[in-house]
Design a protein around this ligand. Structure first.
Ligand code: GLA
Length: 653
């Protein structure tokens, strides 16, 4: 009896000492939160005003923004409770988000897509005997504009130790790419398309000690190769596929490469590679700046790996009605010809300069009255503008929808195609080749008709966006390309946006990427598997050794530039572990084992799952090293947010 009383007393004591207490979510360390815009707010929405969801005010909670990820150690927490929704402050733009709660890597709550004006949803998640919690807000696949996300009245119940924020592990940069040797090696695309009679601009990309002597066998009439620079130029009148053998010779040896010049109607037979002003400078661009980046594309050696376009994005011409001394003034001359702004005093001189470097140059405009940043657009001047671009010497046009939305009266597919078809016709009337980049964020499933308007590549989504957390948007957009593979082929590419690594502009400052090294390996590997254009977004004059090693790995680039032009596909996904494959020429296959989870993971894929019968040689693409031979399966330990990127070659004995 006494014994029982003692037990009951003890139990009572334990119950009082471990009584559930509550801890507001906002009492945790908020500094570790990564989100796509602004910083997390306490008891206010993301713009610093009182929180309200569908008219209902909430006095306390966390005001956040999409692409948000937050890891929390559960410790003694037993339960998490909150009301979630899009804050009413987003009503001008309509935000759409998904709130997710993951417990020990498994989905414990998913709000589904929630839009502005939708009443708050209640989240109640048991954390009993669990370790890790992740709170997430995704952009619901449509870009993160106006995605003001409230975790209202968010609170833990805990006993004993409090839940605490987890600081993600810090990873030091690790270089996998071997340095190119002194002997010559020809890299980059193995095929190049040009229209009959139009100027050919192609530089044979080659690493190795200079001087290198370039030679070509099988050049068609009209084409010529400069032996000291490797610049292929001239023009070919006759349509046809011309097989050329390039050689590059230096004091250390000789390299050969078979190449095809396709004189026909389709350009960009492999995904375009280059650089763009957007993301590192936005509209703060000048002629001098562009020339300096072109210089850097050569001096860093990027040109030797196949990078060839220097693309000017928004901000090079006049803002109608602006008083800005540099950007205001007349947008067109008396004949209606498009003018550049004062920061670009010599468009032709700048284009010529870029060409003398063996590079090509791109320009940007919108089919509407103005561009996204408010600069003069091409509406009703399409032919005149295309002519002007050709006269200046451009080789590439990014045509960005933006204000054209105001011209759309109905909602028919034809209306969406119209401006792109108009500009295609205008470009085709010029005497230059323009790689044609459709930018309209995937409207009306552009991947299904981009080819019809002769687009060479088209953005499939909203902007990837530089922020203090673009792992979420990069991975959501990159892995979200699954399914578009049937629309890609030589000359027609899906575009998940630029490569934001190195130094990019975040919050008005040029800062090193916030992506971890493993995340950056994932970025490049995924873009290679996806056959996506490789358009760098970082400051080329400030590339550190690690970043340079990431973007110049010739075997990674070779996957991206593979001549079959088959975009890779997702073979399998479960619990944030994804297996992707891409068929390559000569029956080879690239395999990406991607770990999107928060912890390192062991990943396995069997040859039967890959549809391979027999034995393969496995090669580590990043390390450029052969590894095992197997007829069964391949197993790799993959870092958090990282990748094992492999090439499989069938062994025939
Ligand atoms: C849009 C495009 C971006 C960039 C900007 C320029 O947001 O999607 O890629 O061109 O406009 O203003």
């Amino acid at each position: 009896m006494e014994y029982r009383i003692a037990i009951a007393l003890l139990a009572g004591l334990a119950a009082t000492s471990l009584r559930a207490e509550s801890l507001k979510l906002t009492e945790l360390d908020l500094s570790v939160i990564k989100q796509g815009y602004g910083r997390p707010m306490v008891n206010q929405n993301i713009i610093g005003k009182p929180m309200a969801i569908a008219g209902k005010p909430f006095a306390w909670g966390l005001g956040s923004h999409a692409q948000m990820t937050w890891r929390i150690a559960i410790n003694g927490a037993k339960k998490f409770h909150a009301f979630v929704g899009v804050d009413d402050s987003s009503k001008d733009g309509k935000g759409t988000v998904v709130f997710q709660v993951l417990v020990d890597g498994k989905a414990a709550y998913d709000s589904g897509i929630m839009a502005t004006g939708e009443p708050a949803k209640e989240v109640s998640v048991s954390l009993e005997k669990k370790k890790n919690l992740i709170l997430k807000v995704t952009a619901a696949g449509d870009g993160q504009g106006f995605d003001h996300a409230d975790w209202a009245e968010a609170v833990f119940e805990y006993e004993g130790s409090k839940p605490v924020s987890i600081v993600p592990p810090v990873e030091k940069p690790y270089i996998l790419t071997p340095k190119p040797g002194p002997q010559p090696k020809i890299n980059g695309p193995k095929v190049f398309g040009v229209r009959p009679g139009h100027p050919i601009l192609f530089t044979v990309p080659a690493t190795g000690d200079r001087p290198i002597k370039f030679e070509a066998q099988g050049l068609p009439a009209g084409a010529k190769l400069d032996p000291s620079t490797g610049f292929l130029s001239g023009s070919v009148a006759e349509k046809g596929e011309y097989k050329i053998e390039f050689t590059a010779t230096n004091s250390k040896g000789k390299a050969e490469r078979s190449f095809k010049l396709v004189v026909g109607d389709v350009l960009a037979l492999t995904p375009p590679m280059g650089w763009s002003t957007w993301y590192m400078a936005y509209t703060n661009i000048t002629d001098t700046f562009v020339r300096a980046q072109a210089d850097a594309m050569v001096s860093t050696g990027l040109i030797n790996h196949g990078y060839s376009y220097i693309n000017i994005d928004d901000g090079w011409n006049v803002i109608p009605g602006s008083n800005d001394p540099n950007r205001g003034g007349k947008a067109r001359d008396d004949q209606g010809n498009l003018l550049s702004n004062k920061l670009f005093p010599d468009m032709k001189g700048m284009c010529d300069y870029v060409h003398t470097k063996g590079l090509k140059i791109g320009i940007y405009i919108s089919p509407g009255k103005t561009t996204c940043a408010g600069y003069e657009g091409s509406l009703n001047h399409e032919e005149q503008d295309a002519k002007q671009f050709a006269k200046w010497g451009f080789d590439f046009l990014k045509y960005d929808w933006c204000s054209y939305q105001n011209e759309v009266k109905g909602d028919t597919l034809d209306e969406y195609k119209l401006p792109y078809a108009k500009m295609r016709d205008a470009l085709l009337k010029t005497d230059r080749d323009f790689v044609y980049n459709l930018c309209q964020y995937g409207l009306k499933e552009v991947w299904k008709w981009g080819e019809e308007v002769d687009g060479n590549f088209w953005r499939t989504t909203g902007d990837l966006g530089a922020s203090d957390s673009y792992w979420d948007s990069m991975s959501a957009i990159g892995f979200g390309q699954a399914g578009y593979e049937k629309y890609a082929k030589p000359g027609r590419w899906n575009d998940p946006d630029n490569i934001l690594i190195g130094k990019v502009m975040v919050g008005g400052q040029l800062l090193p990427t916030t992506l971890t090294p493993s995340e950056q390996y994932t970025y490049m590997s995924l873009w290679a598997i996806l056959a996506s254009p490789l358009v760098l977004a970082s400051d080329l004059t400030q590339l550190d050794e690690f970043t340079l090693s990431l973007v110049t790995n010739d075997e990674v680039i070779e996957v991206n530039q593979d001549v079959l032009g088959k975009q890779g596909r997702r073979l399998r996904v479960s619990d944030d572990l994804e297996v992707w494959v891409r068929d390559l020429e000569n029956g080879e296959m690239a395999v990406g084992l991607f770990n999107r989870s928060e912890d390192p993971a062991e990943m396995t894929v069997s040859l039967s799952e890959l549809g391979i019968d027999g034995t393969v040689q496995v090669r580590d693409i990043w390390r450029q090293k052969d590894q095992e031979r197997t007829s069964k399966s391949i197993k790799r330990k993959v870092p958090r947010h990282g990748v094992a990127f492999l090439k499989l070659t069938k062994v025939t004995k």
